[in-house]
Design a protein around this ligand. Sequence first.
Ligand code: AMP
Ligand code: MG
Length: 336
Amino acid sequence: MKTEILKPIRENIRRAGKLIRAGELVAFPTETVYGLGADGLNAMACRKIFAAKGRPSDNPLILHFSHLSKVEQAAKILPAAEKLFAAFCPGPLTIILPKTKFVPDDVTGGLSTVGVRFPDNDVARAFIKAADCPIAAPSANLSGRPSPTTPQAVYNDLRGKIEIILDGGACQFGVESTIVDVTCEVPEILRPGAITKEMLEEILGEVKVAPTITDKPRAPGMKYTHYAPKVPLTLIESSDDKIFRREIKNLRAENKIVGVMSSQELISKLDEEKIIPVTYGRRSDLKSIAANLYESLRNFDDLPAQIILAEGVEDFGLGVAIMNRLRKAATFILRD
Ligand code: AMP
Ligand code: MG
């Protein structure tokens, strides 16, 4: 199958909608990352998503909507969800709600709940309207790889497996949506994102954070298979250039070609070192670091680095989402 990257003009949006109604897959931009979409009420179509990504079938998909009136068919709208819709939708937030019988088990991995989201992206909204059904979509990467934030990144992972990628340019936020479960007594954040705990608490009152997010993996040496670049990554939870120099020296003594992914501030302090530098932005600008994070990781696919040393950021606000992804991408974690 030939994979085309198409400009989001009306004719192409219509073609994408038709493909969805025919039970096929389409990759599309959102404000967070690119999604790999299928008709969310068509079990056979949704199964194609798992096959194309190599995704385990028990990892549920999120349903994407363009309009609130369409949600009722798929999910029971709880009062907390109504408040969140009013405050943050469209936007980078997924709300977990009880599902209806119309949502196939293939979408939810057999769960009785479903994730609901309204992307804040004109191309995504036009595409969902053209398809005229909820769009089930995970991120449009091969399972285990960094999520794609450009059409080219989708192409690199899914070339030959899907017919079209709608081109919406680079994604605004760059990390996946915040996921909040409102089916429990106290709402719980299952994945951190651009809508922070503090923002949710303003609307809902008390909000918990799932232990899977806060449980810091025992360092060093825990292995992950998420968001991973093609070579091992050591996350250094510090901006101290002395620690980086020490690690670079040790690795160079083993004849390793060392890549460093970090802030501009740190890279400029390491300019004497023999490294392959990739900067993810300025330390003070977490928004740009989030937006550049996955592309920075993917940059190393085409560079000769044999190991990546990555600088951590402060674990607060949007930094929580960035650190969550970096820890999952890491093979080793070093702390001060
Ligand atoms: P992705 O869009 O690739 O980031 O994947 C969607 C993610 O949403 C899954 O990996 C789950 O963590 C989460 N998710 C989707 N539906 C549910 C649900 N019903 N309950 C809990 N988590 C969910
Ligand atoms: Mg994903």
